[in-house]
Design a protein around this ligand. Structure first.
Ligand code: PBG
Length: 325
């Protein structure tokens, strides 16, 4: 039946009816808040291209993590800016590395918080690349050994979930093997499965000072033009033992999130990246967008596309906005 018998506006007449038929509901528990930690004391340095986001020293970080816990976010993901960078990214797998030390501190104060470790070398290498270089090439299998060491050091530090983001082939199975051998067979892996070489990571690279000193990430991150290849990436990470699969970025990849949801029964995560946040912030600052409405709409749409949870720089504010409602 169509018009005039059918009138979709009937169910939109009142807030009560609209609420009753709402299909997608965003919860604070679906949101993961990223934090950046750097050496020092008493530091809270705003990141110019990510207004409202900061590089924190460990002492100040603890307070901000507390605010996220208070707001009820589902988890926190940590990124480190080390004191020194070198060609092998040794700060990534140092026992007393910046994220390892922070994790120990955070878990001591907030033992129930789900703490996720991003695993990559680009924040820790002097050249800004995600792996071991030979000339200007990234060596895949050599890099895997360092990822494996990093994963174990992160699990030892108390991280609850390990999230490899380097897009090396075989990274999930290498990390799984290393974790199991070290007795961390119960530590889950959140695989950055389909991650494109996106312009939307720009502000993040300012935040962690990880822009490659030469070249780009096109030999390991995916071409954003490719849908089928994204699904191959996702299915390989599932086969390699990924416990949760991530699509990144989110807004430019809603079709991939949707398809991943339909094809795989594993939990699907989406990373709404720095550029997505920066766009909203910039437009809001100019009075062109309502930040709260735009951010909540964007996050709801990512969830509607099929994501079970979302990593977003809006996690803390969104969790607080959702409480006000
Ligand atoms: C790699 C990593 C990146 C992001 C998360 N993990 C940067 C990159 O691949 O260059 C980007 C996240 C964002 O833009 O918010 N460590």
């Amino acid at each position: 039946m169509a018009f005039p018998q059918t009138r979709l506006r009937r169910l939109r007449q009142t807030p009560q009816l609209r609420k009753l038929i709402r299909e997608t509901e965003l919860n604070a528990a679906d949101l993961v808040m990223p934090f950046f930690v750097r050496p020092g004391r008493g530091l809270q340095v705003e990141i110019p291209s990510l207004p409202g986001q900061f590089q924190y020293s460990r002492d100040v970080l603890l307070k901000s993590v507390g605010a996220a816990v208070e707001a009820g976010v589902g988890a926190v993901i940590l990124f480190g800016i080390p004191d020194q960078k070198d060609s092998l990214g040794s700060g990534a797998y140092a026992k007393n590395g910046i994220v390892q030390e922070s994790a120990r501190q955070i878990k001591k104060k907030y033992p129930d918080l789900c703490l996720i470790a991003d695993l990559c070398l680009c924040e820790y290498t002097s050249h800004g690349h995600c792996g071991v270089l030979k000339g200007d090439r990234i060596l895949n299998d050599e890099t895997l050994k360092l990822y494996a060491k990093t994963a174990v050091s992160q699990a030892e530090a108390g991280f609850d979930v390990i999230a490899p983001s380097g897009m090396m082939d075989g990274q999930v199975s290498s990390i799984r093997l290393a974790l199991d051998e070290a007795g961390f067979e119960m530590t889950p892996i959140l695989a950055y499965a389909a991650k494109t070489a996106s312009a939307f990571y720009g502000p993040f690279r300012d935040a962690v000072e990880s822009a490659p000193k030469f070249g780009d990430r096109l030999t390991h991150q995916m071409d954003p033009s490719n849908f089928r290849e994204a699904l191959r990436e996702i299915s390989l990470d599932a086969l390699e033992g990924g416990d949760m699969l991530m699509v990144k970025p989110a807004l430019p990849c809603l079709d991939i999130i949707r398809e991943a949801r339909q094809r795989f029964d594993l939990p699907i995560a989406a990373y709404s990246v720095s550029g997505e946040y920066a766009m909203i912030k910039a437009a809001a600052k100019n009075g062109w967008l309502d930040e709260k409405k735009a951010a909540l709409e964007l996050l709801t749409s990512i969830k509607r596309a099929g994501a079970d949870f979302i990593i977003t720089y809006h996690a803390l504010s969104a969790a607080q906005w959702l409480k006000e409602k």
